[in-house]
Every structure is written in C-alpha cells, then in structure tokens.
Design a protein around this ligand. Structure first.
Ligand SMILES: CC(C)(COP(=O)(O)OP(=O)(O)OC[C@H]1O[C@@H](n2cnc3c(N)ncnc32)[C@H](O)[C@@H]1OP(=O)(O)O)[C@@H](O)C(=O)NCCC(=O)NCCS
Length: 288
C-alpha cells in the first residue's frame, strides 16, 4: 500500500475538513484545526482549496496539511497514525522535495502535533526546532461567567469596526472588509463567530473569532487582538472569556489557543481568562 499525496481542490476540501474535525481531541488539542482553514478562507474559496494537501492510504485520508503562508506547512494526522513510519516517510519525502508542490526550496517550517513522528524525523534529518509556542486550553464543562464590559457579535453593521481593530492590533495586517466577507461566506464560518468588545467611550477595542469543530470537540480562538489604544484595561481578558462562552454555546467541549511564548501579553491574558498553559511546542525549521 502506498501513501498518495493530493491537492483535493474544491471538490475534495469537504472531506479534508471532515477528517480534521474528527481528529480534534481534548487530549491533544495542539493540532491543525478546521478554524485554521476557516481563517485562511479570507483569501477566497479557490485559494483555500489550493492551499490544502492530503495524504491518503487505500482511499482514506491520514494526514491533512495547510500551506499557511510562504514556506509554512501546518499538518496533522489521524491520531492513530502519529507514529506511522510509512506515512512519516512519505510526508517527509514530499516536504523535502521542492518539485512535489508542498514546500519551496530554502527556509521553511513544518508545524505538526508534538507527538508526530514527522517532527522527530525532520529533526533527525538536520532541521532545527523553531521558536517556542505555548498552547493554552480551557475546559467548557461548566458554564462560563459573563465577561466584563460590552461585547457584541459581529454582523454586517460591525464589520468595519472588526476590520479596524484587526488592522490596529496586528501590525502589517492585510485584513479588509472584502476579506472578512470572503471568510464569512465560507462554509467553515457556519461554525464560527466574530465578537467585538467596546470601550465605555463606544470605541471598538478588542476582537476575536472563534471556530467550533463540532459538538464535543475543542474549539479554536483565531485570531484575538486588542487595539493598542485600549490595552492593559482588561479588554483582552474580557474578550477571551466571551470567546470561551461563545464556543460553549456552539457545543465545544473546550477552548484552545496557541501563541508564541515570547508574546508577553498573550499568555497572562489567556491565563487571566481561565486558560491553562500546556508544555511549549516548536515547529521544525529548515534554515535557508
Ligand atoms: C495580548 C493582548 C491581547 C492583551 O490584551 P490586553 O487588553 O492588554 O490584556 P488585559 O488588559 O486583559 O490583561 C490581561 C493580563 O495580561 C497582562 N498583560 C497584558 N499585556 C501585557 C504585557 N505586554 N506584558 C506583560 N503582561 C501583560 C495584564 O497585566 C493582565 O494580567 P493580570 O490579569 O494578571 O493582571 C494585546 O496586547 C494584543 O492584542 N496584542 C497583539 C495581538 C496579539 O498578540 N494577540 C494574541 C495572539 S494569540
């Protein structure tokens, strides 16, 4: 039996997303999530389909990857194949060989679940560990207390505020109203919500988008940001609590987020909102 690499395109994208949903687990929340694909959808349906790769054996999808920017492959696998040698060998051959349509030559990164053989083997092949990231996770069995301040769900009337805060919070952001509309028109947004927090002055202060992977599965916060004019006033904590509550309403069993450990504000903000940090994780990096 051989492992077959494919770009599933628009027709096959649903099957890749179904696999991603199925693989999400509270026991191993750090992995590519349907919400990562949903957030990518701001670039349009065609670009999203073109950025996804699947690896299958006997017609069954065993791994799904998202080319999430130039030189970055984010990949996860069916849980029982994390240590599958044949799968790891095939994925690595496809990743290393520039002609295979996965990654270009030069400096590249691969994100994979921390227990994936793919990561171990890339490091054995001379790749190096990338910067540390901190996964954080909040159980949603119990109801979430109401967040402080005024928080609204983003509808058509609030898209301009949503976009403004995104652009202010993330320097170099290329987010636009058109991108928000493309994302919201995507099939994955049916399981998502954008929330926005307003300061007492009425100014838009903080945003988050949350993505459910279905009932009983961990949901994802991606992205979350506070306008620089409104930081250190509790809006980050409040919108994180609201995000957890929204995910609980969507049926998620827990809320998950991952942030660079060097992002000094992010880890305490998530901890303040009841998230627990897990052991740091690192991508595998091939220097240019
Ligand atoms: C990280 C971010 C969301 C924090 O928002 P915020 O509104 O300033 O956070 P809060 O005021 O609710 O503060 C929450 C906690 O974090 C701490 N904190 C916030 N910014 C901090 C910083 N730069 N350094 C150290 N601690 C910080 C606060 O002291 C507070 O701690 P406490 O609850 O123990 O008192 C905001 O800085 C931001 O949007 N950054 C850019 C985008 C980003 O990094 N998003 C998260 C990526 S996953």
């Amino acid at each position: 039996m051989t492992i077959v690499l494919a770009t599933p395109g628009s027709d096959g994208l649903d099957a890749a997303v179904v696999a991603l949903r199925e693989w999400q687990s509270d026991a191993a929340p750090r992995q590519l999530h349907p919400g990562d694909v949903g957030w990518f959808w701001q670039l349009g349906a065609q670009a999203t389909a073109a950025a996804v790769r699947t690896w299958s054996r006997d017609g069954r999808i065993l791994a799904v990857g998202l080319l999430d920017g130039p030189g970055l492959l984010r990949i996860t696998t069916a849980p029982e194949t994390r240590r599958d040698r044949e799968l790891a060998r095939s994925v690595i051959a496809d990743v290393i060989e520039p002609g295979r349509g996965v990654l270009p030559e030069g400096a590249v990164d691969v994100e994979a679940p921390p227990d994936a053989l793919i990561l171990d083997q890339l490091l054995e092949a001379g790749w190096v560990a990338g910067e540390p990231w901190t996964p954080l996770h909040r159980d949603l069995t119990e109801p979430v207390p109401p967040p402080a301040g005024r928080i609204e769900v983003v509808d058509a009337d609030r898209v301009a505020d949503r976009v403004e805060v995104q652009r202010a919070a993330f320097g170099g952001s290329s987010f636009t109203t058109q991108r928000w509309q493309a994302m919201a028109a995507g099939s994955l947004y049916r399981d998502a919500r954008c929330l926005i927090a307003y300061a007492d002055s009425g100014a838009a202060a903080a945003i988050v988008t949350v993505w459910s992977a279905g009932p009983g599965k961990p949901g994802l916060l991606e992205p979350l940001g506070v306008h620089p004019d409104h930081r250190r006033r509790g809006h980050g904590t409040a919108i994180t609590v609201a995000a957890a509550a929204a995910l609980r309403e969507l049926g998620a069993s827990s809320a998950f987020v991952c942030t660079p450990s060097g992002n000094l504000g992010a880890v305490p903000t998530y901890v303040s909102a009841g998230f627990q940090p897990h052991a740091e994780v690192r991508d595998a990096h091939r220097p240019g």
